[in-house]
Every structure is written in C-alpha cells, then in structure tokens.
Design a protein around this ligand. Structure first.
Ligand code: MN
Length: 413
C-alpha cells in the first residue's frame, strides 16, 4: 500500500493580517499533483486543518473545491481522504461529505460520538475506508480521546483484515513528546500518549504539529530522505507551508509504502518547494540593525536581489527604542515596488545586548497573537503571573468540566 500523507494546509491563511496566500497554496497543490502522477499512491491523506478558520470565505472554499476536484479528475484512481482539524468546523466539513462522496472522496468532520460503544450500530463503517491495497481509519480532531473507541475501530479492521493488508490510521492530535517548534498557539494543547490512540495500525498519519517528525525518532533523522521502519510508525507529515515565521525547518509531504500488515514501513520525505520563503534581516548570528537607516538599506537591497519572501527585522535595543514613528509605513512603502512579492512581518525583533533580561519589559504577547487566540486558557496561562490569587490547575480543571458539559449538550442535540 502506498500513501501520500500531508496535513495542516491552513488554506485561506492571511499572513500578518494583510497578505493572502492563494498563490502559495496553488504552488503547493501543483507539487502535490506532480507527486500523485510520479508515485501513483493508492490514497492521498490530508490529516486536518484544511482551512485556517472555521468559516472560510467563499473564495477560500472555491479554491479548496477547485484544487481537490482537479486532483481527483486527473487521478480518479487515487482515494482522497480528508479529515477536519481543530481549525476546521467539524460540522461544516461533515455537512459537505455527502456531496464529496459522489466523487468517492471521503470527508470526515465529526469524530465518533461518546456513546458509540453502547450502540449496536455498525458505526465503525463511517470511519473505515477499505481498499484492495489496505485499510484507512480516518479520524478528525477530537477534543477528548477515548482509547476504547479507537481500539474498537482498529479491532473492527482487524476482524475484516484476514488477508493481512496494511492498516493506516489518521488523527489530528498533539502526541506527547513531539517537537512543537513554531507553534505559539499550542499552550492549549491537551497531549495524548501514543498508547491512548490504540494499537493495530501500521502507520499513524498525524496532523496538528507543523514540524515533520516521526515519533520516537530524533529530529536529525529528518535530514534523510528515505527511512525504513518496522510497522507501527506514528508520523506528523508537517504543514504544507510555513504557517509562522518560527517554522524554520524544511516542510515535506510523506510518501509511505507499507508492504503488509505488521511488516515494513518505508518513508520518503518529499521536500516542498515554497513559493515564498521566510527571512530574518540581518541573518541570525550577525549583528542586529543599529538604526532605522541600516534597515532601510538592507530592505532595499533585499527587494532588489531576492524580490520575493517574508521578511522580519532585528534591531538592537537602542535602535529599536529610537525607531521613527513612520518606520513601519516606510518599510511598507519600500515593498510596493515588488508588488507585494516581498512581504513584511511588522513584529520586529528587539535584541537588547546589554541586558538579556529586558525580555520582561516586552508585552506578554503581540497584538497579532492575541487576535489569533481562540482559547481563553491560552490567555490565562500567559498572564497567570499577574494574578497570584488564581491557581492554574484549578482553572484548567474548571475549563475541562465546562468543555465536557458543552460537548455532552452538543451530542444530545
Ligand atoms: Mn491543528
């Protein structure tokens, strides 16, 4: 069985509240299409976070529909399976599944209900894709994980899998021990032990964490393009694009070959060529800018030489404090000649060499981060030091209880 595994597309993401990324996503889809043609996988798996927000605009949905339909038209033999991530609206993804089903494309919005084990129903079938080459258990993001439920799915596959076909499971969760570099929004992550996700899959196609990684393997292994593992591999394919400027690592799509159930998993990392790269000026390791003028010169030079990319600027403490009030406007103005090909991250980095401890004088978070925060607990965790009377453990428990109540109410509807 051969699969292409990707996740965390975040289609519709607006970078720095200003820049649309359709052309970057289109560039990604072109590569995906090329790989589908080159490697002819049995299935293409997208493990959650299709969209960046729960209610994507008409233009964003149009782009997604167009991209997936084009892939399907060109490669109708490849089974496409798409699951909802935490950024997606489970209900909206679920609502579209019948229509996509007409093209034999599998969409999964909601995870199994909490009471499925009590029902006699063949509920498992909703989450299992059976193919001549193998099985796919498709699970979306779940705010709580019941191991018995997942195990019941895997057991159901095991009963049907008399001829030892490979078994792949999809999930969109944070698993304990993964490297979360680049995520500033993961404070709210409830992580699960890998054992909580059940036993019996040969490959677990994970989404949610943006850094490509195979669980239990050092990140340095990512330097190799091909690795062979014994079955039972859990892997984050990583996001399609750099979703934040902190994601300074190569992004890849995973091409996975599994010979037989319990056999061998061969992983190839297909390097994604990104349309726009991220740069810090001056490069890390060199002296930060000592004045606005130095930055202006460097930005002009960048526009002239590189012509494209996301840039972020570094200043020393004194220069940062002395930036003119029209500094950001001046930079935007300079970038106009590139037709927005060079894009500016206005979250400028201030490096105070005299006093490394000056960090505390900076705000706890930048405005952009605050606007992207969806979980009130994120805010509380980051500001908890200002409220000595509050106990974070109690608060987390309270929130969990409320969340469970809400979920229960939702299911009973
Ligand atoms: Mn996610």
């Amino acid at each position: 069985m051969r699969i292409l595994h990707t996740s965390d597309l975040h289609i519709g993401q607006i970078m720095y509240q200003y820049y649309e990324r359709f052309d970057e996503h289109a560039h990604f889809f072109r590569q995906l299409e090329e790989w589908c043609g080159m490697y002819n996988p049995d299935a293409l798996l997208i493990s959650g976070d299709i969209f960046d927000i729960q209610q994507p605009s008409a233009a964003v949905r149009d782009f997604f529909n167009g991209s997936i339909v084009a892939l399907h038209r060109r490669f109708p033999q490849i089974k496409i399976v798409i699951t909802a991530g935490n950024h997606d609206s489970a209900a909206r993804i679920q609502a579209d599944r019948e229509v996509w089903g007409l093209a034999d494309i599998k969409l999964i919005g909601h995870g199994p209900a909490s009471d499925v084990l009590e029902s006699e129903d063949v509920w498992q079938d909703n989450f299992i894709v059976e193919m001549p080459s193998g099985f796919i258990v498709a699970l979306p993001f779940m705010s709580s994980v019941r191991t018995e439920v997942l195990q019941s799915l895997l057991d159901s596959v095991a009963r049907r899998n008399i001829d030892g076909r490979p078994v792949v499971m999809m999930a969109h969760q944070a698993v304990t021990g993964s490297d979360i570099t680049g995520h500033n929004d993961l404070g709210n992550l409830r992580t699960f032990g890998i054992g909580d996700l059940g036993n019996g899959y040969d490959y677990l196609a994970l989404g949610h964490i943006h850094r490509p990684q195979t669980l239990g393997c050092p990140l340095s292994d990512e330097d190799d393009t091909t690795t062979t593992y014994p079955a039972g591999v859990a892997r984050y394919s990583g996001s399609a694009l750099h979703v934040s400027c902190d994601e300074q690592y190569p992004h890849t799509v995973s091409l996975v070959d599994i010979d037989t159930h319990g056999g061998t998993v061969v992983l190839q990392r297909l390097r994604i060529n990104e349309l726009r790269h991220f740069y810090v000026l001056p490069e890390k390791g060199s002296e930060p800018f000592g004045s606005a003028v130095e930055a202006y010169v460097a930005v002009d030079e960048f526009c002239d030489k590189k012509r494209s990319g996301y840039i972020r600027l570094r200043f020393d403490g004194a220069a940062f404090a002395a930036l003119p009030s029209d500094f950001i406007q001046t930079i935007y103005k300079k970038l106009e000649i590139t037709g927005n090909e060079v894009r500016f991250n206005p979250q400028t980095i201030c490096e105070n060499k005299e006093d490394e401890g000056a960090e505390s004088e900076r705000p706890v978070f930048e405005l952009v981060e605050l606007q992207q925060m969806t979980n009130p607990l994120d805010f509380i965790r980051r500001t908890i030091d200002s409220y000595p009377e509050l106990n974070i453990d109690d608060l987390e428990n309270d929130f969990r209880e409320i969340e469970e109540e809400l979920l229960k109410g939702e299911r009973e509807k």
